[in-house]
Ligand binder design. Structure first.
Ligand SMILES: Nc1ncnc2c1ncn2[C@@H]1O[C@H](COP(=O)(O)OP(=O)(O)O)[C@@H](O)[C@H]1O
Ligand SMILES: [Mg+2]
Length: 297
């Protein structure tokens, strides 16, 4: 792993990810202390991307568990391949004592490994385990996860206990659609990932959309920043994230835009906002105001 926080910042940047000092410190400590890192923040601020970039930097395999309402252990951890077990039973029916057949049916080759189990069994140097959008899963699942994160081992009744050969680097993300269990939070290092400051957003836009002119990239970063800070932002259902800045820069290049003007902003509002009310809230008056402020700053 990178020996210092600065080295980690540089390595992440090499992988196309721009982290500020506090985020890099949190990630560095998570690596050093082998603790899970919980990243909370609005959608599109770079939570998922951090896990991907860390995997790249560390030369580790990325294993991703996308959470959703109703997610169950068998989709997260493992399940038995019933169809294959059944075929095995059919093929061996009457040829061996029942206990033998039962043992044969619960062989590792009939085990379907899901991300949490895969993470325990990943070959050195181990995996990066991304437990994405944990706030979408329900509380029983969170309780189960607590146990997993505490011990990094699982017991499979038919096979025994599986322990992590190498502790996975674990990143949990949450869009904070609900509060997480306190016990889960206590087990993790915590970082609130905010919208980037202007310089960093500019660096991201420039790196991701190199075809945009320097002037246009500056305008995009500044305008989106203003959009999030304006008092009107309190009424937006969902402010644009970094993903939207990047998309917007691409769209503007596709339209051969050289500099922002109210008309092009209005015409492309559907890239910045994904809610009808938000698009409507970006009135031509507000657009002109923001462009004016931007020109002044
Ligand atoms: N710090 C960053 N450096 C580079 N690109 C970033 C950064 N943060 C976000 N991005 C860009 O924004 C996109 C959305 O980020 P993502 O990680 O999916 O957001 P989240 O998981 O927080 O909703 C990424 O695909 C990436 O292109
Ligand atoms: Mg995400």
């Amino acid at each position: 792993m990178p020996p210092t926080i600065d080295a980690l910042v540089a390595a992440l940047e090499g992988a196309g990810y721009f982290a500020d000092r506090r985020l890099a410190t949190a990630a560095f400590l998570a690596l050093k202390l082998q603790r899970p890192l919980l990243l909370e923040g609005e959608p599109g601020v770079g939570k998922t991307e951090l896990a991907k970039s860390l995997a790249q930097v560390l030369g580790r395999e990325l294993l991703r568990l996308q959470c959703y309402d109703g997610l169950e252990q068998r989709e997260a951890l493992y399940e038995w391949n019933y169809a294959a077990q059944l075929l095995h039973l059919r093929a061996t029916e009457g040829q061996a004592p029942a206990e033998d057949i039962e043992r044969e049916v619960y062989q590792p080759r009939y085990l379907i490994r899901r991300p949490l189990l895969q993470a325990l069994q990943a070959p050195p140097p181990g995996a990066v385990l991304l437990i994405d959008e944990i706030d979408r899963a329900d509380e029983p699942f969170e309780a189960f996860l607590l146990e997993y994160l505490g011990e990094y081992q699982v017991s499979i009744p038919e096979l025994g206990t599986v322990r992590a050969a190498c502790t996975p680097v674990t990143i949990l993300t949450s869009n904070r659609t609900r509060e997480l269990n306190d016990a889960v939070k206590r087990r993790c290092l915590y970082h609130w990932l905010d919208y980037p400051e202007r310089e960093r957003e500019l660096a991201i836009v420039r790196a991701r959309v190199p075809e945009a002119s320097a002037a246009l990239a500056v305008q995009v970063a500044a305008f989106v920043g203003q959009l999030r800070r304006t008092p009107h932002a309190a009424h937006f259902q969902r402010a644009p994230g970094i993903a939207e800045s990047v998309e917007w820069a691409r769209a503007l290049v596709a339209l051969d835009t050289l500099t922002l003007d109210p008309e092009v902003v209005q015409d492309t509002a559907g890239i910045l906002f994904k809610q009808r009310e938000d698009v409507a809230a970006l009135t031509s008056v507000l657009t002109a105001e923001l462009l004016h402020e931007e020109a002044q700053s």
